[in-house]
Design a protein around this ligand. Structure first.
Ligand code: SAM
Length: 283
């Protein structure tokens, strides 16, 4: 890793930097903080399972690591950041592969789980409470930026993609995994399950998915884009697309985070892509 500028900062040096210009939280950041602080208890058990695995698996369907190129297998000496780290198991795998890692998350309650698990597993990560759209690190601090269902779906792409670009060194990698836009247009807009096999909303213009009034699992504001819009955003920002994957749920899989409706969702995701993985390189 070349000339790191920030390696000596600790958790205590950080401030919560997720502020708009007028000093308040953006609406979606405030709502997502409330949502995730209240939802965090539901993620303790999945986080514990994932931290304890002998090999990483990724996404809602537990796709094995050798089928998804989310992380390099050797990260020796690299500086890495996880944007929306949640319970932190992606950060843990980056440390285990040799990287020095910062995990930023908007929810203090999620970070509470991450800190505990890191302590129990003896994994050293710098945890920051803050907004992945405004990360308190200098330009070109990192070689790798990653998100698995963190900034990838909960942050505004017009904000977090340029922010990830700013944080990376030229040639650095941004990899993220989140919902496939096809899945988002097949979820009923009222948030009822199961996901449908027919289109439920427009594809063109797909942007912001506000689940605050959802009939099931209400809360949170997500973001997504038509695939061609993602390509355009990456190009305008200064990223080249290295790889694009659409993940298929294995036969008989059950989703990590869902109880009711899970089997229907799994059958859907075996037929159509529910998850996408982008791997980008900063020009
Ligand atoms: C599904 S979890 C991430 C899963 C993660 N891979 C794990 O191991 O737990 C989504 C996370 O994104 C975080 N998040 C949402 N908005 C964020 C923002 N603006 N900045 C940073 N983190 C955010 C939430 O607080 C939550 O912990």
């Amino acid at each position: 890793m070349a000339d790191r500028t920030d390696a000596d900062l600790t958790d205590d040096d950080r401030t919560d930097a997720d502020r708009t210009a007028d000093g308040g939280l953006a609406e979606h950041v405030a709502e997502n903080r409330r949502h995730w602080d209240s939802d965090a208890p539901r993620w303790v058990a999945p986080g514990e399972r994932l931290w304890a695995q002998a090999e990483p698996t990724w996404g809602e369907w537990g796709v094995p690591d050798d089928q998804v190129t989310l992380l390099p297998t050797d990260m020796t000496g690299l500086a890495a950041i996880e944007l929306g780290c949640g319970t932190g198991y992606v950060s843990a795998w980056m440390v285990r592969r040799g990287a020095r890692v910062v995990g930023i998350d908007n929810s203090e309650q999620q970070l509470r789980t991450a800190r505990r698990l890191a302590g129990e597993h003896g994994v050293d990560v710098t945890w920051i409470h803050g907004d992945a759209e405004h990360v308190p690190y200098p330009d070109r601090s990192f070689d790798v930026a990653v998100s698995e269902y963190g900034a990838a779906i909960w942050c505004d792409p017009d904000a977090w993609i340029p922010e990830a670009h700013r944080l990376l060194r030229p040639g650095g990698t941004l990899a993220f995994l989140g919902n496939h836009p096809l899945a988002m247009i097949c979820w009923p807009p009222d948030g009822s399950s199961p996901i449908r096999g027919t289109l439920q909303r427009d594809y063109f213009g797909l942007r912001r998915l506000d689940w605050r009034d959802a009939v099931e699992d209400p809360g949170g504001i997500e973001f997504n884009r038509p695939i061609s819009d993602w390509f355009g955003l990456f190009d305008r920002t200064g990223f080249d697309v290295v790889r694009y994957d659409e993940l298929q749920a294995p036969e008989g899989a059950l989703p990590l985070s869902w109880g009711g409706g899970g089997a229907d969702q799994a059958r859907w995701a075996h037929r159509w892509p529910s998850e996408q993985v982008w791997t980008l390189r900063k020009r």
